[in-house]
Design a protein around this ligand. Structure first.
Ligand SMILES: Nc1ncnc2c1ncn2[C@@H]1O[C@H](COP(=O)(O)OP(=O)(O)OP(=O)(O)O)[C@@H](O)[C@H]1O
Length: 349
């Protein structure tokens, strides 16, 4: 897949800008606060219909009433024109080839991308919610039909929790337990599969980029480890008294987590900041291997990497279209030899 160009109108600090990209490595250089992250956010918005961090109206330039994005994308040999429009009243319109889309999942079905942000280290350091969100995004990109399963599970969970708070008849809760077991098991299976593939790919990347003898493993921690709906259901049932006491569902896929181990030690507890950053880079690049030629959106990936590691990252990126931002001065990149390394397009903001 290739992003050929994007036009931004009143999107954050970009009032009217047009950017063209090439296949291979596109390096965007610019000073702090020049709008590099905002440009990646605009591309991200076009590819999945939302921002990675902000609500839609916050993306409108401070002094404007709306933002508009127009991206030209080539995916599976088909040309797509994506138009996104949001105004201050929160009205939102997303069109692909002049046809309004009904579900955001239509975007995720067509366009595959990987996004690395400087805050990606939160993936390891933060609470399980962040990891579940990341994992479910990976699952959704691999199996777009799972988006509906996630939504249905959330609805069933909320209904069960509401019922637990005002519980009086045990038999009614069974309806929710059956539904949660069915959906929960589907989610569990897909998360397990995805973690397995991600872990294998991460090991490969880790070795290629960091070229040392340390090891990395990703280990899934399901809240209800089970291989069938019946087993899931009976474990859910076992928690029933506790759930009534607590007033919410204490076990299920909404409490799943995964851990990252470096040299057999849990990274969250023992890894250095540098190791955590490397692990997150490796996981992001590994995610790219799960799809067929996704676009890589890599924000500030070079900071804290020495020149050897930067070159290794670039080597891995050159098989994709990668849009990489950096606050480094062009001269300093020339000095480290980075710019002689297959940069296909250099954009100075
Ligand atoms: N809605 C908005 N309207 C106008 N400007 C905005 C809006 N939201 C953010 N900005 C501005 O965008 C600028 C930040 O842009 P961005 O985060 O893309 O910078 P950057 O080039 O990635 O910087 P750094 O190298 O420091 O990460 C800030 O000056 C911020 O005030």
């Amino acid at each position: 897949m290739i992003i050929k160009s994007i036009y931004l109108e009143n999107f954050r600090n970009h009032n009217e800008r047009f950017f063209e990209f090439k296949d291979g490595i596109n390096l965007i250089l610019g000073k702090n606060a020049s709008g590099k992250t905002n440009l990646l956010e605009a591309i991200y918005f076009c590819l999945c219909g939302k921002s990675f961090k902000s609500k839609d109206t916050n993306l409108i330039s401070f002094d404007s009433e709306y933002f508009k994005l127009e991206a030209s994308v080539l995916a599976n040999d088909v040309e797509y024109g994506i138009l996104c429009y949001v105004d201050r009243l929160g009205q939102k319109r997303i069109m692909i080839n002049e046809k309004k889309i009904n579900r955001l999942s239509e975007l995720i079905e067509k366009f595959k991308f990987v996004y690395f942000e400087p805050d990606s280290t939160e993936l390891i350091k933060q609470d399980p919610k962040v990891r579940r969100k990341f994992l479910d995004m990976e699952v959704a990109k691999l199996y777009p039909y799972m988006i509906k399963t996630f939504q249905d599970y959330q609805k069933a969970l909320m209904s069960r929790n509401a019922f637990l708070k005002s519980y009086d008849k045990k038999d009614i809760i069974d309806v929710y337990d059956i539904e949660l077991s069915k959906l929960g098991c589907q989610i569990l299976k897909k998360r397990e599969e995805t973690i397995k593939r991600l872990s294998e790919a991460t090991k490969e990347i880790w070795y290629k980029v960091f070229e040392d003898k340390s090891t990395i493993d990703i280990v899934f921690r399901p809240s209800i480890p089970s291989s069938s709906e019946e087993e899931y259901y009976s474990q859910l049932k076992k928690q029933f008294e506790k759930d009534v006491q607590m007033g919410f569902t204490t076990k299920g896929v909404h409490r799943d987590d995964f851990d990252v181990f470096i040299n057999g030690q849990n990274a969250k507890e023992y890894a250095s900041e540098g190791q955590i950053k490397f692990a997150c880079i490796a996981i992001s690049l590994a995610s790219a291997k799960l799809f067929e030629k996704p676009v890589l959106l890599l924000d500030d990936i070079f900071s804290e990497l020495d020149s050897e590691k930067r070159k290794n990252v670039l080597k891995l990126c050159k098989d994709y279209q990668a849009i990489i931002t950096s606050a480094d001065e062009k001269d300093s990149l020339v000095k480290t030899g980075l710019l002689s390394h297959d940069i296909n397009n250099l954009i100075q903001l």
